[in-house]
Write a protein that binds this ligand. Structure first.
Ligand code: GLV
Ligand code: MN
Ligand code: MN
Length: 421
């Protein structure tokens, strides 16, 4: 059963982390590099040629029945959030490698090549800019992000050099549309729907769009003991009011709007100093793009009003924007056939989480298969997938690959990205 090896590799990769207590494998860190080398070794064991591309994506290729054929591209990401689960990202890479290893053992060569990509940065933890790996492959990497700094003040450009990459060569990672038949990603669901449906896998209909913003509030730092409450311009109290307003606004929505403040920094950061400056992030998502855009405009309006009333100056910028990406109907149909052929009920669901397909849509039709996770928990160390479900996902993916009909995809209108940077 493929599930045994998949789970053993998930556990192995899950130990490659910034600290042993909390899984964190951040873009261009030393452990990111160790993970890349391990994944490449697994690709080679599966009979693939493997290399690290110009942005740090791990790329493996299994030739078809003759060399140089266009590929079916599979993959997911190998970076993580902080205090992450082991499955978000790696499951899609490791399962795809297990499928190719199985074909290789049986000597099967198909009328197309298979490529697997371990994308370097999907989460965007380090430089507040997501999908860097898949954007480099899609040829839409915005080189201005090379000047962004991490929380330690290091630019992405310098971090790439430290990792052993040449920022001037990022363009070399780009692939042309004609090189790919399609991009297919297997990923844990990260929500509770499949568990509720009592199903191990589900066919994804679309990946919901997202807007991320960075807000900075400035007031006046001062002595915590001497400045009367009425005379304060406390940036942290202002940020707190903004956060509660965002929560209330999203809670009152009945069309799936979700809003999260995931990072907040108060400066100068001392117990006895009134915070003079605060920065915080906002992540706003909704199933419909028009609804999300309207909500973002209203939320920014609320934040502006709070800042004005509290006499705080405000700088608020969109750092990332991706529109909703539909999965290609003909690929969804092939995925549904594979699910049914493995004996499971076919169930379709949208993805509220972002995925590399949001960038890959610019060069290929996209499809996704979700695998059930326990309690719908993700971005949390409690993230868990049962062996039997990992195995079910692998069998469905393998069947999809072996029955894949290249060239039958039809491009849907409306895919793609509109980045703010
Ligand atoms: C990625 O996990 C995202 O949806 O933010
Ligand atoms: Mn994630
Ligand atoms: Mn993910």
């Amino acid at each position: 059963m493929l599930g045994d090896e998949i789970v053993s590799r998930i556990n192995q990769l899950g130990t490659i982390s910034e600290t042993p207590e909390h899984l964190a494998r951040i873009f261009l860190s030393p452990e990111h590099r160790i993970a890349a080398d391990l994944i490449m070794s697994w690709m080679k064991d599966a009979g693939m040629a493997a290399h690290l591309d110009a942005i740090g994506n791990v790329c493996g290729r299994y030739e078809g029945d003759r060399p140089g054929l266009p590929c079916l591209m599979l993959g997911s990401h190998y970076d993580t959030v902080r205090d992450a689960g082991k499955w978000d990202g790696p499951l899609g890479i490791i399962t795809a490698i297990a499928c190719v290893a199985d074909l290789n053992r049986r000597g099967v060569r198909l009328p197309f090549a298979i490529e697997i990509v371990g994308f370097a940065d999907e989460e965007g933890v380090r430089f507040s800019s997501t999908l860097l790996g898949s954007r480099a492959i899609a040829g839409t990497f915005d080189e201005s992000v090379l000047n962004t700094r991490d929380s330690a003040g290091l630019t992405m450009r310098d971090a790439m050099v430290a990792f052993g990459l040449d920022p001037a060569k990022i363009g070399a990672a780009a692939r042309a549309r004609g090189e790919l038949h399609a991009y297919v990603e297997l990923h844990i669901e990260q929500g509770p729907v499949l568990e509720q449906q009592n199903l191990p896998v589900g066919v994804v209909t679309a990946i919901a769009g997202a807007t991320r913003l960075a807000a900075n509030l400035s007031g006046m730092a001062g002595h915590a003991g001497t400045v009367p409450m009425a005379l304060r311009r406390d940036a942290l109290a202002g940020a707190a009011e903004c956060i509660v307003a965002v929560e209330a606004f999203c809670k009152a929505d009945d069309a799936g709007l979700v809003g999260t403040v995931g990072i907040i920094n108060a400066m100068p950061g001392a117990t006895n100093v009134i915070p003079g400056r605060v920065s915080f992030t906002l992540d706003i998502r909704a199933p419909a793009d028009a609804h999300r855009k309207l909500a973002v405009a209203e939320i920014v309006g609320w934040i502006e009003a709070i800042a004005k009333r509290r006499e705080l100056s405000l700088q608020i910028d969109v750092t990332h924007e991706n529109r909703t990406v539909p999965c290609a109907p003909s690929l969804k149909a092939q995925m549904a056939e594979a699910v049914a052929a493995e004996g499971y009920g076919v169930f379709e669901l949208p993805s509220g989480a972002g995925h590399d397909g949001m960038a890959m849509i610019d060069i290929a039709d996209v499809a996704m298969l979700f695998v059930r996770c326990r309690g719908g928990i993700s971005h949390n160390p409690a993230e868990h997938v049962e062996i039997a479900d990992a195995d079910a996902g692998a069998r469905v993916l393998l069947r999809l690959i072996e029955n894949f009909r290249p060239g039958s995809q039809t491009r849907e209108a409306g895919g793609g990205q509109d980045r703010a940077r």
